[in-house]
Design a protein around this ligand. Structure first.
Ligand SMILES: *[C@@H]1O[C@H](CO)[C@@H](O)[C@H](O)[C@H]1NC(C)=O
Ligand SMILES: *[C@@H]1O[C@H](CO)[C@@H](O)[C@H](O)[C@H]1NC(C)=O
Ligand SMILES: *[C@@H]1O[C@H](CO)[C@@H](O)[C@H](O)[C@H]1NC(C)=O
Length: 497
């Protein structure tokens, strides 16, 4: 019998796949990850014995929308956030604020994800070519593509308080961008729909506009990629994301409350008067990048640029976002690397990949040539072409008992599971410099369009020197630690339990 990993989950489904699948009236797969010991059924024609597999239980049940969350009042927020530990929910799950919003289709998710990844990669490419990322004058209508901040900023949200008294707001958090902003009354131009009340600075005693002469106003250029504007000596920001989302408005300071013990006065943020795009449902963005004005930089004195998160593997479970501490003691660390063009990103060295427990024959230079970004906002992992081909062929070999399904979009390795249950899926693990091995959770191996089309949730980069991107689908349930001061990124298994 093939070795299998024991991943236990009550109701689990490849994260984003659910958005898509929930639209079907019936036949929605309900995929659970059963412990090894409960596995009885023959799965697929004689799985090779020496390899490691996940057991995926597939059944056809419509998941109920758990009513675990109401609109967070301040006291509810205090219940969710303990000290510097914030509860993380999926934006489109029942605990998210965006469940009233139409969920994006799989095609939309893929499109946004591609634009995000390509924007990240173009930053590195430009730097490698010796060019700087251009700062665009905000007077021009459409900024150069590479001046845009990366878009489709992930799907995970936390709730924070802004103002005095605090108004609670759910923000998407993003390690790939820096500026924190929220939609702001009076929404002079446009505010999209959000479930919470839109932040009103006039009901706060602590809101201040930033003046045009302030250093933080000039710092906006590197953070947002667009020079600030000035309106009656008030600094105005503009930020445009690669997926055409944007926010602009007044640059201000406010009191930011994570919990009763973690409060930051004079926090710099964007008070958005004109906001559109894929952020709908959230109140804005919490920037966890490495640049000057990011949340991480602004709170460095208290938290020493240390934070960690665990992203839930399903819509109905929750994760956490910690600041200044980690939840698990058994964290293994890999050094942050220096990659030209990558100073705003968290970059690490991949050293090898295993499939089913067996190391792939990939020359080390394949990874060192490309480098790798770990990103909370990108969904699917992108690999250098040589590494991806090796992964694909090993994976296909161990999945040969399943009929192939039509390739789609960036995915070229898809299977039809309609007549199989449960299924054994080979484990995939990444090794990083320093001997850190991260075995991807069973929910992060495949992306389910449907039971008849489940695709290996990875894709190949266009070129050998394009930076690899570790997406959030492959990070689920790991506690990922970002230690900016210590210059390292860490991983601990079983984070969200
Ligand atoms: C799976 O279960 C068998 C029998 O209980 C056990 O011997 C084996 O070590 C388990 N494999 C894994 C990977 O846990
Ligand atoms: C999913 O399937 C499992 C096993 O069949 C079941 O125990 C669980 O309740 C189902 N979850 C939902 C949300 O229907
Ligand atoms: C901030 O600046 C804008 C534009 O000048 C102004 O309308 C608004 O009243 C100012 N808010 C505060 C609190 O000063």
């Amino acid at each position: 019998m093939a070795a299998t990993t024991s991943t236990t989950f009550s109701f689990s489904l490849t994260l984003i796949a659910l958005c898509f699948l929930l639209r079907n009236a019936n036949g929605d797969p309900n995929i659970t990850f059963e412990p090894n010991s409960t596995m009885r059924t023959p799965i697929q024609p004689s799985p090779p014995p020496r390899f490691r597999f996940h057991t995926l239980q597939l059944s056809s049940l419509i998941p109920s929308d758990a009513s675990c969350c109401s609109s967070p009042s301040l006291s509810a927020m205090e219940g969710l956030n303990k000290g510097a530990s914030l509860r993380v929910v999926h934006k489109y799950g029942p605990c998210g604020q965006a469940q009233q919003q139409p969920r994006p289709t799989a095609a939309e998710i893929l499109l946004h994800d591609e634009s995000r990844v390509q924007t990240i990669q173009s930053r590195f490419r430009k730097a490698a070519a010796g060019g700087d990322v251009k700062v665009t004058e905000s007077s021009t209508t459409i900024p150069a593509k590479d001046a845009r901040t990366i878009g489709a900023a992930g799907n995970f949200m936390v709730t924070v308080g802004i103002g005095t008294p605090p108004q609670t707001l759910s923000l998407v958090f993003d390690t790939g961008s820096d500026l924190t902003w929220t939609q702001c009354q009076p929404c002079a131009r446009f505010c999209y729909e959000q479930r919470e009340k839109i932040f009103d600075p006039s009901s706060s005693t602590s809101y201040r506009n930033v003046s045009c002469s302030a250093r933080s106003c000039s710092a906006l250029a590197s953070v947002s990629g667009m020079k600030s504007k000035c309106s009656s000596s008030t600094c105005k920001y503009e930020i445009q994301y690669s997926d055409s989302s944007f926010s602009n408005g007044f640059f201000g300071t406010e009191k930011l409350t994570l919990s009763s013990t973690d409060v930051f006065k004079n926090f710099f943020f964007g008070c958005g008067q004109n906001n559109q795009g894929t952020f709908a449902g959230s109140a804005g963005l919490l920037g966890l990048g490495r640049d000057k004005l990011s949340f991480v930089s602004q709170t460095a004195q208290k938290y020493k640029k240390l934070f960690s998160y665990c992203l839930p593997s399903t819509f109905t479970t929750t994760g956490f976002l910690n600041f200044g501490h980690v939840s698990t003691t058994s964290v293994k660390y890999t050094p942050l690397t220096t990659v030209p063009g990558g100073t705003n990103f968290y970059t690490v060295d991949i050293t090898s990949i295993t499939v089913g427990g067996e190391k792939l024959p990939i020359p080390a230079t394949v990874f060192s040539t490309a480098g790798a970004v770990i990103d909370s906002g990108a969904v699917f992992t992108r690999l250098p072409p040589v590494a991806y081909s090796a992964l694909r062929s090993a994976f296909r070999k161990l999945m040969s008992g399943f009929p192939a399904a039509r390739p789609t979009s960036i995915f070229d390795t898809c299977f039809d599971f309609t007549t199989f249950n449960p299924v054994l899926v080979p484990t995939i693990a990444f090794s990083f410099a320093g001997g850190v091995e991260v075995e991807i959770h069973g929910a992060g191996v495949l992306y389910f369009f449907s039971l008849a089309q489940a695709c290996l949730g990875f894709a190949a980069n266009g070129g050998a020197s394009d930076v690899a991107v570790l997406g959030n689908l492959q990070q689920v349930t790991w506690e990922v630690v970002y230690d900016g001061a210590g210059g390292r990124v860490g991983f601990a298994a079983g984070g969200c339990s």
